[in-house]
Ligand binder design. Structure first.
Ligand SMILES: N[C@@H](CCC(=O)N[C@@H](CS)C(=O)NCC(=O)O)C(=O)O
Length: 211
């Protein structure tokens, strides 16, 4: 198994957490996003989108972090990362997709580079943009969580795909110092996740390629 990875990539961070929760080892190949390696022909032959992560497994090249996590969950069912109950599964996926579809892509490296290079936005304006989309998404997630009983993780006593998406997104919020006070439920889930070794070991701070 080979994970094409970058320490600061929150999408790759999701897959690192999932692999750790499943107790799976993957060889790591670093794709240096700041040097633009993701856009080179070599990596584009691995991942046509030029995005990390990619997971090579059993002769397949899997792309898209949530598709990778769902694949791992089907192939290695324990511990389950997607709730088996349909209602809970829908909620876990909704939270994961709020982050993966409606927050993260608007703040992606290539979007931020476009704002800087094509639209001439300075760092302050880029940070305002970055924080704005996280705030909008977190407000909605916090509201949805507040309508449910308090549990250690999004869907009960064990982490799921929702928590796997929350932790890297909270880390991204930290990069622009987004105040987290308005989101106590998200904060509590993040804190609970970060008590688990699987989450800690996947963090950018612990990444062997960290700069
Ligand atoms: N929806 C994709 C997003 C992948 C993605 O955007 N990865 C970012 C890093 S977090 C990337 O490779 N960015 C490179 C770029 O924007 O040029 C997934 O979940 O895998």
């Amino acid at each position: 198994m080979i994970l094409y990875d970058y320490y600061r990539s929150s999408a790759a961070y999701r897959v690192r957490i999932a692999l750790n929760l499943k107790g799976l080892q993957a060889e790591r190949k670093s794709v240096h996003l700041r040097k633009g390696e993701q856009r080179g022909a070599e990596y584009k032959s691995v991942n046509a989108q030029g995005l990390v992560p990619t997971l090579e497994i059993g002769g397949l090249r899997l792309t898209q972090s949530l598709a990778i996590i769902e694949y791992l969950d089907e192939k290695y069912p324990e511990p389950p990362l997607v709730p088996r109950d349909a209602d809970e599964r829908a909620f876990a996926r909704a939270i994961a997709l709020t982050i993966a579809c409606d927050i993260h892509p608007i703040d992606n490296t290539r979007v931020m580079a476009y704002l800087e290079q094509e639209l001439g936005l300075d760092q302050g304006k880029r940070d305002t943009w970055y924080a704005h989309w996280i705030r909008l998404g977190f407000e909605a997630i916090e509201k949805q969580l507040s309508q449910r009983p308090v549990t250690a993780f999004t869907c009960g006593a064990t982490p799921t795909i929702a928590d796997i998406c929350i932790v890297p997104q909270v880390a991204n919020a930290g990069r622009v110092k987004l105040p987290m006070d308005p989101y106590p439920r998200i904060r509590a889930i993040n804190d609970n996740c970060l008590k688990l070794q699987a989450f800690l070991d996947a963090s950018p701070e612990k990444h062997p390629d960290r700069e």
